[in-house]
Design a binder for this molecule. Structure first.
Ligand SMILES: Cc1cc2nc3c(=O)[nH]c(=O)nc-3n(C[C@H](O)[C@H](O)[C@H](O)COP(=O)(O)OP(=O)(O)OC[C@H]3O[C@@H](n4cnc5c(N)ncnc54)[C@H](O)[C@@H]3O)c2cc1C
Ligand SMILES: *[C@@H]1O[C@H](CO)[C@@H](O)[C@H](O)[C@H]1NC(C)=O
Ligand SMILES: *[C@@H]1O[C@H](CO)[C@@H](O)[C@H](O)[C@H]1NC(C)=O
Ligand SMILES: *[C@@H]1O[C@H](CO)[C@@H](O)[C@H](O)[C@H]1NC(C)=O
Ligand SMILES: *[C@@H]1O[C@H](CO)[C@@H](O)[C@H](O)[C@H]1NC(C)=O
Ligand SMILES: *[C@@H]1O[C@H](CO)[C@@H](O)[C@H](O)[C@H]1NC(C)=O
Ligand SMILES: *[C@@H]1O[C@H](CO)[C@@H](O)[C@H](O)[C@H]1NC(C)=O
Ligand SMILES: *[C@@H]1O[C@H](CO)[C@@H](O)[C@H](O)[C@H]1NC(C)=O
Ligand SMILES: *[C@@H]1O[C@H](CO)[C@@H](O)[C@H](O)[C@H]1NC(C)=O
Length: 632
């Protein structure tokens, strides 16, 4: 089967005179390579675009993958997953977005890690900036590099809630999105390293390695951490006598009614058994190296500035619908303004054009995909007019409904280390909105309080934290709006956190912190008392009101799972950007495939759902291509 595909690919290549499998540095590429035509052009090599470009090339279609950054795949800062905090700070990939959480300046500047540029150009992080400093905002890191944010993320793998898939069926009638059918994409992409081969529901020969650290510490009842774990079991209706096995439960397993259960898990990560990061970067490299000569061209240092449309030469099938025909690209290093090296980099660069015989696919991530669409004339007409961008299609939902998991943390210093290992727990708080669990927490001797230049803070060996991710946030009111028509200038991003049903969602986080703090008291001597940093500063258990905790969580919440800014939606929904096949509504030959396509935040961690979505998109796109051939 594979052999047939490969021979077809090779034959197709020979016929077109295209050489297969190559990675080009856009800075150095001969201009002669410009103006080339490919079957597909994919913009962005993250979890959305990277695997998709590989899948299209492996199916025999000539594919150009454009990536603004370079390749750090062999750099141990990236290839060793354990270095993720260093990777998140590394200027070799870092894109700093300075975002807002609200319209309220006072609330923004009360964020403990609000960041300023001082008069001498350095960063100041905090609430009492030196004179002459200018406000930047709240740092939101992204990785502008081959593999996207999967190159600097924590690698945590978790499934979406079933309803996150099923809602697409409800919105669009497309039953291929049923949660039960989405698991096939996990099976397809996964190379599981921690279960017996061929365990149902898992994959063993895909490209994405998944691994866990077996947790043996919970057998030791003398550890304060084990006492905390047992208390947590009691408080969440689990068997306290069985915690040593419960902490090793498969988080990606088939588990009937999983979304309504309180459960411990062993945290899975996208890495191999030796701790090497597994990401789209590896899949791209494997595709380029494959002896079957798949027709993939990767072009680094290539910032897509807009999608080109065939609006002059009329589309024969339907003259009123614009057709995407290619992409305009700027070549050079650090071209994007979010790159910290940008200021010293060349600000102008040569622009090239590349042509797509079949389709253009935008996969720039939740901030860049809406920016690219808007720069291309697809977005709210009034906003485009403001920047004198000719309207190709008035699509009011582009850059709206930006959403994210709210995050907060219970963080304290014990009198002694708590010991043990990481506790991963998903549970439902008493006031959760629906039947589903609404909190993902992981507890251990670390500190994670969001992002700022130089994050995180090391509070020493006695630090202990339960990091909390809120699942199913109700306010999807964030926006990505153009700041300029210049493609090198990052957009204005405002998450509008807690704008709708904020009090309810904040109470979920406060309830979670209260439950976790109660469990911590089981740590006993010599750990107690904990000196709590937040959300309820002081010593003593729960020495503040829920209202005080909500207020603190409201100003200090952070996030890093942005989604839904070019969302799939019903045909009748004026804010829908995509149909259920990822096609941008109102134009032809253009799709968006990345985290921005989700109608709502997928579960607690988006990277695995995004990779699954990408595998589905590849199948849908290839099916459409085959249909088109049959019509001819
Ligand atoms: C610090 C951090 C830690 C995280 N930890 C986790 C975790 O542990 N688990 C989890 O599930 N999720 C985690 N996430 C989130 C997860 O990594 C993202 O949701 C996921 O990477 C989104 O994939 P994407 O393809 O939508 O976008 P991205 O990963 O952002 O990829 C977009 C790519 O497009 C490129 N690009 C953008 N614009 C252009 C352009 N104009 N031209 C050319 N190229 C362009 C970018 O350089 C980038 O490579 C984390 C995120 C961050 C920031
Ligand atoms: C670009 O390619 C098109 C068609 O492939 C051709 O008509 C055109 O002349 C080319 N332009 C340049 C500048 O090479
Ligand atoms: C820059 O200014 C900040 C704040 O005024 C100061 O703390 C820092 O030391 C200065 N750095 C340099 C390199 O001068
Ligand atoms: C989808 O619609 C069905 C029938 O109306 C409903 O029972 C179900 O809860 C909906 N699912 C989601 C995820 O909205
Ligand atoms: C298990 O999976 C491998 C490929 O991963 C396959 O070759 C093998 O036949 C499978 N074994 C069984 C018993 O299904
Ligand atoms: C709790 O777990 C213990 C140890 O595995 C087991 O012996 C016991 O039967 C379990 N209790 C219940 C109610 O499942
Ligand atoms: C052409 O496209 C418009 C807008 O999408 C649509 O309303 C119309 O039905 C299409 N016409 C044909 C013949 O496909
Ligand atoms: C959200 O708020 C609206 C109006 O304030 C209310 O009708 C709705 O029930 C709330 N939803 C949840 C899940 O709390
Ligand atoms: C409770 O908090 C108050 C106000 O922050 C503080 O003064 C007091 O010492 C705390 N009490 C305990 C027992 O921690």
């Amino acid at each position: 089967m594979r052999g047939t595909v490969a021979s077809l690919a090779a034959a197709a290549l020979a016929a077109r005179g295209v050489s297969a499998g190559r990675m080009i540095d856009g800075r150095l590429a001969a201009r002669a390579a410009d103006n080339t035509t490919y079957d597909y052009i994919v913009i962005g090599s993250g979890p959305g675009g990277g695997p998709l470009a590989c899948d299209l090339a492996r199916a025999g279609y000539t594919t150009l993958l454009l990536e603004a950054g370079d390749d750090q795949g062999d750099n141990p800062i990236y290839s060793e997953l354990g270095n993720f905090n260093i990777a998140g700070n590394d200027p070799d990939s870092r894109w700093d977005f300075w975002v807002r959480h609200s319209d309220d300046d006072a609330r923004e500047k009360a964020f403990a890690h609000y960041t300023w540029r001082t008069a001498n150009g350095s960063f100041y992080v905090g609430t009492t900036p030196p004179a002459g400093a200018t406000p930047l905002g709240i740092q939101y890191p992204r990785a502008g590099t081959l593999g996207g944010c999967a190159m600097h993320n924590g690698g945590v793998c978790s499934l979406a809630q079933d309803s996150d898939w099923d809602i697409v069926v409800n919105m669009t009638g497309d039953t291929s999105w049923e949660a039960s059918k989405m698991r096939q994409y996990l099976v397809k992409v996964e190379k599981n390293t921690y279960l017996p081969a061929n365990t149902t529901g898992h994959g063993f020969d895909g490209w994405l390695s998944t691994a866990v650290q077996p947790a043996r510490w919970a057998h030791d009842s003398s550890l304060p951490a084990t006492r905390v774990l047992k208390k947590l079991a009691e408080l969440t209706g689990q068997n306290a006598s069985d915690v040593a096995s419960l902490v090793n439960k498969d988080i990606l397993g088939i588990e009937p009614h999983k979304d309504t259960r309180n459960s411990f898990y062993n945290m899975a990560q996208h890495e191999d058994k030796g701790g090497k990061r597994s990401s789209p970067n590896n899949y791209i490299k494997a595709t380029l190296k494959d002896p079957r000569n798949f027709p993939l061209t990767v072009r680094l240092h290539s910032l897509a500035t807009r999608v080109l449309f065939d609006t002059d030469t009329k589309n024969k099938a339907n003259a009123s619908v614009p057709v995407a025909t290619g992409v305009e690209v700027m070549s050079g290093a650090s071209l994007y303004g979010a790159d910290p090296r940008h200021a010293s980099a060349t600000k102008t660069a040569p622009r090239s054009r590349f042509w797509a015989r079949r389709e253009v696919i935008v996969s720039g991530g939740a901030f860049n995909s809406p920016q690219i669409l808007k720069l291309s004339g697809i977005g709210p007409a009034a906003e485009l007019a403001k920047f004198k961008i000719p309207v190709v299609k008035d699509l009011p939902g582009v850059g709206e409904r930006l959403a994210d998991n709210y995050e907060g943390s219970l963080l304290a210093l014990g009198q002694q280390p708590v010991g043990g290992g990481v506790i991963t727990l998903m549970f439902k708080t008493p006031n959760a909105a629906g039947p589903d669990r609404n909190i993902f927490t992981w507890c251990g001797a670390f500190s994670f309080e969001g992002f700022w230049p130089g994050f995180p803070t090391d509070y020493g060996p006695n630090e202990y934290e339960c990091a909390m991710v809120h699942i199913g946030p109700h306010s999807q009111a964030g926006t990505v709006r153009l700041a300029s028509a210049d493609p090198q200038v990052p957009p204005d991003i405002n998450f509008n956190f807690f704008l709708n049903n904020g009090t309810e969602d904040l109470q979920h986080l406060a309830d979670a912190a209260n439950l976790l703090r109660t469990a911590w008291q089981a740590a006993g001597a010599p750990v107690l008392p904990f000196a709590e940093k937040h959300p309820c500063p002081g010593t003593g258990a729960g020495n503040c009101t829920d209202a005080a905790e909500r207020a603190l969580l409201k100003t200090q919440a952070y996030s890093h799972h942005a989604s839904s800014s070019c969302a799939i939606g019903a045909a009748s929904d004026p804010l829908a950007v995509l149909d259920s096949k990822f096609r941008v509504r109102g134009v032809q030959g253009l799709r968006v495939v990345d985290a921005s396509a989700f109608p709502r935040v997928p579960g607690a961690f988006p990277v695995l759902p995004t990779i699954m979505l990408s595998a589905k998109a590849a199948e849908d796109i290839i099916a459409d291509a085959k249909k088109a051939v049959h019509k001819k």
